[in-house]
Design a protein around this ligand. Structure first.
Ligand code: GUN
Ligand code: ZN
Length: 429
């Protein structure tokens, strides 16, 4: 049934400018799309008798898009590794080995998606484990929820325990089977997923590049230039490469469909190649501070003469929060430490429309516009006592958003809608 969601509506234009209605309304059709969005007094007559979901002066905006998250790490947040490689070896690979079991993967997928919705995230680009059953489980759960989800089977054929390794042939075959089964089905998309250059041989990186060019519309996701130990290891594994980015470049993995998590320690040359190829670097601030990986600089990546697209993500479970609000808050702090002060508008635009465009789902989500799906988050700026008293002194919408990203988390998410359906309500959850 058509329904109307009312509140302070907020969305961002392609240029990142806020579109805000103090008393806004969104009419949502039976098919889950936005039929109309604008000021309440102008709501067309056709929608005036429709069921109302009224959120008063709470903020109704596009649901968050998480541009990098690991499904099979959903339980292992706060695992105290010494650094990235130690964390992967001691905690992450053993945990991911459990996803060989389809029953475990199925139950975990249900819990994982419920957790995303609880935090206001309505779409994601996710890593699965190396096991095909893990990707099947996540795709199936996302399909039932009606969400736009991009994921893929991780490929890794060395430098890990056998339980989480494949080989180049199996990895390629299973990736292609998953693409054929799920890509383009409803709102689902496939991502070719070599974990990173440490755990994929030359042969596996080669087939990854072949898959990226052979599978129309597929994305490619991996990790790049995260920690000093990792960078040194990659240099020793690929002595002929100019640098870490060149490893992926030489296998055809840089493209407008490629997303690289972290990108903390990139040189001018690496940024120039990422820029030329239209590749995206995904900033994962809570992970970078937690694992001590370093401070990623957005202004360095975005230098006008060779701008690199930048997305933003939780990187759970290296990241310490599912909340994109907390992630924006941590990004603000990391950028302050490198001498840049991003605005709340800039960061909220990145987490919604910006990430949707980086994931190539911007035509269907990320903004409150007719024809896009009604993927919505309702934020309560007075959700906690601290936020409530903060709003007594908040002066502008920018200031309210700023307080939400510095002080907010899942408690500030009053409700989440995916494809027009309310899948999380804080009052009943
Ligand atoms: N590099 C390779 N795998 C991973 C992972 O699972 N998490 C993070 N943060 N970095 C990685
Ligand atoms: Zn990651």
């Amino acid at each position: 049934m058509t329904h109307v969601v009312t509140g302070q509506t907020l969305s961002f234009t392609a240029g990142g400018s806020p579109v805000h209605e103090g008393r806004g309304a969104i009419a949502v059709g039976d098919d889950g799309t936005v039929l109309w969005s604008g000021p309440q007094p102008l709501l067309p007559h056709a929608f005036r008798q429709a069921e109302r979901h009224d959120y008063g002066d709470m903020i109704v905006m596009p649901g968050f898009v998480d541009a990098h998250i690991h499904f099979p790490q959903f339980r292992i947040l706060a695992a105290p590794g010494k650094d990235l490689l130690d964390w992967l070896t001691r905690f992450t690979f053993p945990e991911e080995s459990r996803y060989a079991d389809p029953a475990h993967a199925k139950e975990a997928a249900r819990l994982f998606l419920a957790r995303l919705f609880r935090h206001g995230t309505t779409s994601a680009l996710a890593f699965c484990s190396v096991h095909k059953a893990c990707a099947d489980a996540l795709f199936a759960a996302a399909e039932s929820a009606g969400m736009a989800l991009v994921t893929g089977k991780t490929m890794m054929d060395r430098n890990a325990i056998p339980a989480v390794q494949d080989d180049p042939e199996t990895g390629a075959r299973e990736s292609e089977e998953l693409y054929r089964a799920w890509h383009g089905r409803g709102r689902l998309r496939y991502a070719v997923t070599p974990r990173f250059a440490v755990t994929s041989s030359d042969a596996q990186l080669r087939v990854s590049g072949e898959l990226l060019s052979a599978l129309p519309g597929a994305l490619m996701q991996t990790h790049l230039s995260e920690s000093p130990g990792e960078i040194a290891f990659v240099a020793s594994l690929f002595p002929n490469a100019k640098d870490y980015t060149d490893v992926y470049d030489s296998f055809g993995l840089l493209s407008g469909r490629s997303l690289f998590a972290h990108g903390i320690h990139l040189s001018e040359r690496e940024c120039a190649r990422l820029s030329e190829t239209g590749s995206t670097v995904v900033h994962c601030p809570t992970s970078n501070t937690f694992l001590g990986s370093g401070l990623m600089s957005m202004p360095h990546l975005r230098k006008a003469e060779r701008p690199v697209h930048v997305g933003i993500a939780t990187d759970v479970g290296g990241g310490t929060s599912y909340s994109m609000l907390a992630t924006l808050g941590e990004a603000y702090k990391v950028q302050m430490l490198v001498g840049y002060k991003p605005s709340a508008f800039e960061l909220f635009a990145m987490a919604t429309r910006g990430n949707a465009e980086r994931l190539r789902i911007g035509h269907e989500t990320g903004a409150l516009e007719p024809g896009k799906f009604a993927d919505l988050v309702v934020l309560d700026p007075r959700a906690t006592p601290v936020l409530e008293s903060r709003q007594e002194v908040s002066e502008t919408l920018e200031d309210v958003l700023f307080s939400l990203m510095i002080l907010g988390d899942d408690r500030a998410v009053r409700a989440t809608y995916v494809k027009g359906r309310k899948l999380h309500d804080r009052l009943t959850a």
